[in-house]
Design a protein around this ligand. Sequence first.
Ligand code: FAD
Ligand code: SF4
Length: 511
Amino acid sequence: MKELRLILGDQLNVNHLWFQKVDKNVIYLMVEAKSETEYVKHHIQKLISIFMAMRSFRDLLTHQGHTFKYIPLDKKDHSGKISEEIIKICNQERIGIFSYQLPDEWRLDEELKNTTKLLSDTLKIQCRVFDTEHFLTTRDELKTFFGNKQYRMEYFYRHLRKKYNILMSEDNTPLGGEWNYDEKNRKRYDAKIKIKKRKWIEKPTNDLKKLFQNTPSMGEIGESIIWPISREESLIYLKEFISKYFEGFGPYQDAMTETDSFLFHSCLSFSLNTKQISPKEVIDEAIGFYKKNADKISIATVEGFVRQILGWREFVRGIYWAEMPKYQTLNFLNQKEDLPGWMWTGNTKMNCMSHSLRQSLTLAYAHHIQRLMVIGNFMLLMGVDPNQVDEWYLGVYIDAFQWVELPNTRGMSQFADGGKLASKPYISSANYIDKMSDYCKNCFYDKTTKTETNSCPYNSLYWDFLARNKSKFESNPRIGFAYKTWNKFSEIERKKIQSKAKTLISEKESL
Ligand code: FAD
Ligand code: SF4
């Protein structure tokens, strides 16, 4: 009996059980679908990188002897939808079994559930679902672990450390004595630190640029892309990161500078999210290097890195599957403002924002603190509608897939889930941005004042956010203390701050 196996664009795991042997009765299907390129306005580099990675995956497997049906975006009779292409091929090829790997996104999960129902009901095709063999947890593991209790990353992370014996001592205590070394991983940017120049593997983009001529997209693209489009390239980037940047990752993971977009970050999220490499092998590589180089790599650095992948990455995925589809509609703070137009150009006088936005638009990349404490922070303080914030984040970043983007944006960054993911809103005035970066030095705005014409907008907006959400946060143990300071301001000062914030919001386009 002939079997059709679907591979989605983010399921490029060459080590999957499926590909271990060549079977002449199996046809692999990959579809470049218009529906996937247009459900949000994607960054052009993201569209091109995914298609390039899909094509190189097809070439590799074809070379290994597997049979492929690859439907390019510009195929003449293309329906534009994955589900319709599946049905078409099932009919054409007299398929008896249809198999797919669990999609990571709710949208595709629903689409494939409906398709398989139709295939089995009307064409009597047997349908099978496989795990992607990528994550360290199952979709519902977080839900089972917490039950009705509050989700907290730290507990889930510790559970996974024990479960997989990662960074654990023989007596089942955390290696080094502590579970968490966050305090040591918060060094501010220092102009004296040396950051080695990245060695990117550049691929020309011409052919694919033409393919997307009529697709609505955002961001910029040059003559080549730097993002890894094969497992081979992903492994080269992994090794480069571990040998050249890992040492600085821990201490400087929250630092930001105008002079370098990547600092000591791994830039592995695209490789991970498209499954070209697995989270376990990245963790193993980092721990292996730490063990051989304990004089260079601190326990705080290796723990800080493992926490991002074993902790945050698995945690946000668990929340996604526990809370979808309702999660994508939550708006706990009832925020309604529109996104300012400069989100698509970076044309603002706020240096931190302008730098982070321009970098996002030219590279499809910003690191975690730029996403959270510069861009996300400002959107939250201004009261922007989380639907619009989500859509922007889902489009702009090279690694943006809804299962990871949504909990990070709507939950961690915008607190629209009312604290399901984070125990407090991530907000700050200029103080934090100035402490962690060199942005304020060259800014039009004055980081030290709140209500002058040239005062840093974050300063009044920070207090206004707290004031307008007092009933929601005053008793929050992690942020409630700020109200003591707010209450110490005179009535006149409070009014001035709130009036300044109101003007900033209404005149946001000119900031
Ligand atoms: P590094 O800083 O080197 O971290 C190593 C790896 O840890 C990353 O590659 C990533 O796989 C993982 N990781 C770190 N933090 C997180 C996190 N909070 N959630 C999940 N994984 C994490 N990450 C995405 O992969 N896709 C997204 O769409 C995405 N959207 C985000 C939106 C907002 C508002 C925020 C605050 C964060 C978002 N993140 C997202 C998390 C994080 O910013 C990126 O994973 C990271 O910046 C990718 O760069 P890197 O590979 O250099 O990461
Ligand atoms: Fe950003 Fe304000 Fe600093 Fe300017 S002064 S860089 S707007 S935090």
